[in-house]
Ligand binder design. Structure first.
Ligand code: ADP
Ligand code: MG
Length: 293
């Protein structure tokens, strides 16, 4: 039978907007050592904006038109940011066909018989396109400021770089500090590149960073972090691409509105989109355990 303290804890959680789906999640607080956060949509707002557009021997409008064209069918927040930028500037996205999307890499499509690409270094290089020193310099300048820089290419040449900023949630730095105060280690995992990831982690107050993790590898990586750490781990995600990681962790915590899949895979769902509730959940669990003993 469920100990009364757990039932009381679940009730108290509900009052705080902390939906505890699995009572066992409240009982492992003593063994919990590490909290791993997903970056996009969890630590950050997840609705990025374009912050700079740099064309290489390509007019800025032409670059935006091609980039928005190839991103039109993408559901990724990066794609939406680029399409929004075109809309704001009244630039018509170039019509495209044969759209293909590579999770954790980028997108490609055909315009007027020419292949158009938008994505990160690996995606562009894997398509046989050379990344010049000039391109690399532009990427680094933006990444050091915590921005995600997307390379736009036409056939075999890079034609520009579009940078995107995804702001931290207001509650993020205080939430990380609170979790550390409770004696836990904090880590971040992301599909984004290491330089952008480190810059954002630094702003959030996180030192342990796992970057360049493809969506399909997130759950495996969470399992690996668990093996490396001395105790149990919690994974906090928004449910986009990370339902398997939520399920893999000892405690899966889904934040915000989330997706239905996340609601299914998580042990705890934070109904308010406030990361301070991660610390509140841990404290609630500590209280429950002290009452059980
Ligand atoms: P995250 O973990 O930050 O949600 P993803 O795994 O979804 O990241 O994507 C990782 C990286 O792949 C992005 O930072 C970006 O460089 C690239 N990428 C993914 N989707 C797109 C897209 N639609 N357009 C351009 N680049 C993309
Ligand atoms: Mg996410």
């Amino acid at each position: 039978a469920t100990p009364t303290a757990v039932t009381v804890g679940i009730g108290r959680g509900a009052e705080l907007g902390i939906l505890i789906k699995n009572g066992e999640a409240l009982e492992i607080s003593e063994k919990l050592r590490t909290v791993v956060f997903d970056k996009t949509g969890t630590l950050t707002i997840g609705k990025p904006d374009v912050t700079s557009v740099t064309g290489f021997e390509t007019d800025e409008k032409e670059l935006i038109s091609l980039a928005a064209g190839v991103e039109m069918q993408s559901e990724h927040p990066i794609g939406m940011a680029i399409v929004n930028r075109a809309k704001e500037q009244n630039i018509q996205p170039k019509p495209m066909e044969d759209f293909k999307s590579y999770a954790g890499g980028g997108v490609l499509a055909v315009s007027n018989g020419m292949q158009i690409y938008a994505g990160n270094r690996d995606f562009i290089a894997n398509n046989g396109i050379t990344i010049t020193a000039e391109t690399e310099e532009e990427l680094l300048a933006n990444e050091k400021r915590g921005r995600t820089a997307i390379i736009i290419a036409k056939e075999k040449s890079v034609i520009g770089v579009i940078s995107i900023a995804d702001m931290l949630k207001e509650s993020t730095p205080a939430a990380i500090e609170e979790i550390k105060r409770l004696g836990l280690s904090v880590a971040m995992i992301t599909g984004d590149n290491a330089i952008t990831a480190l810059s954002i982690a630094d702003e959030a107050g996180i030192k342990q960073v796992y970057a360049n993790v493809l969506p399909k590898d997130k759950a495996t990586e969470v399992g690996r972090i668990r093996e490396e750490s001395s105790g149990m781990i919690a994974f906090v995600g928004d449910g986009i691409n990370d339902a398997p990681a939520l399920a893999e962790a000892d405690v899966g915590i889904a934040v915000g509105s989330g997706t239905e899949v996340a609601l299914e895979s998580a042990d705890i769902v934070l109904m308010r989109n406030n990361l301070l509730d991660v610390a509140a959940s841990i404290e609630l669990s500590n209280k429950v355990m002290s009452r059980i003993k």
